[in-house]
Write a protein that binds this ligand. Structure first.
Ligand code: AMP
Ligand code: ZN
Ligand code: FE
Length: 297
């Protein structure tokens, strides 16, 4: 069974639509995928539709930005009740904060580069768009969107180049952003009936990593698992993640973190075991929409 548990669409900073993602999932012989857009579940309805059409299993999820000791950690949240008001408030708060921070960065970049708001709209939108329309879209905006506006005018060739130049945290254009504390977010996800799993938290390349003591306290709050096989984890990172997951009894995930053409990651390049998903489902409010793949393990 081939299951990819970490995929972003253009409902956040991925460049592919949900329709394109499920067609691709079929082409690369995946059985099940999770849609995990940043700080939103706005793609779930489309995913329900396109997963059925393509006979691909669907795991509803999100990747929530959190902070811990001044650094940002991403928390995957699976199979929660999307009507939970506390979680939806967290998303609203995050979108507002992201929009304000985005505009601060946009205005700084705009002083030195000829960039336009209309270049930022996902491919489904066209025409001469305004700031208000951008706000109304309720997109969880981040540096990747700003990168796309910069790329559009030819100042960088791809997002990676933008992140290592104009949008790098050491540059004058960068504005920091502090999301909700990780302990708080784990509690919110658990109360919403979701399964929280740490994304790429052992990546030394990303800076600070999660230590054993912190992991144990998060597990006590309801953390269910950690990503191990992820392209931003090197061999040492994977070994550490694996050893700690074994020691603390956490589920082991592997995933692509696909962003369409926004990152070089290939859909299905890392996978999560079927048994892990069955275990995850035991703890969650919603169930996986298997679309015929449940007994195929
Ligand atoms: P932000 O949270 O707005 O500062 O931007 C961080 C987001 O940008 C992360 O969630 C990643 O998905 C994405 N990202 C980080 N580094 C890169 C990169 N080198 N190329 C493309 N996307 C990136
Ligand atoms: Zn992303
Ligand atoms: Fe992430």
């Amino acid at each position: 069974m081939r299951i990819d548990t970490h995929v972003q669409s253009n409902h956040s900073d991925g460049r592919s639509s949900v329709r394109q993602i499920f067609s691709l999932a079929k082409r690369v012989n995946l059985d099940v995928i999770a849609l995990t857009d940043h700080d939103t579940n706005s793609g779930w309805q489309q995913a329900q539709y396109y997963s059925k059409i393509n006979s691909i299993g669907f795991i509803p999820g999100s990747e929530i930005s959190t902070s811990y000791q001044g650094k940002i950690f991403h928390l995957l949240a699976y199979l929660y009740d999307e009507n939970d008001s506390v979680l939806q408030n967290l998303y609203s708060k995050s979108k507002k904060l992201r929009f304000l921070r985005f505009m601060q960065m946009f205005e700084k970049v705009e002083k030195d580069f000829d960039i336009r708001i209309k270049d930022l709209f996902p491919q489904d939108y066209s025409g001469d768009k305004t700031l208000k329309e951008l706000k109304d879209l309720q997109l969880p905006l981040g540096r990747p969107h700003l990168a796309d506006a910069i790329i559009k005018r030819g100042y960088c060739k791809n997002r990676d180049e933008c992140f290592s130049t104009i949008l790098h945290p050491c540059e004058k254009y960068y504005v920091p952003y502090i999301p909700t504390d990780i302990n708080e977010v784990v509690k919110i996800v658990v109360n919403a009936g979701g399964g929280p799993v740490l994304a790429h938290a052992f990546s030394q390349k990303r800076g600070k990593t999660i230590d054993e003591k912190t992991l144990l306290s998060l597990k006590k709050l309801g953390l269910l698992g950690v990503e191990i096989n992820h392209r931003e984890h090197n061999v040492t990172d994977r070994q550490k993640a694996y050893d700690l997951s074994k020691k603390l009894g956490l589920l082991q995930f592997g995933a692509s973190d696909y962003h369409g053409s926004g990152k070089p990651n290939h859909l299905g390049e890392n996978l999560t075991a079927y048994e892990t998903i069955l275990e995850l489902e035991k703890h969650t409010f919603r169930k996986v929409e298997w679309n015929g793949h449940k007994s195929n393990s």
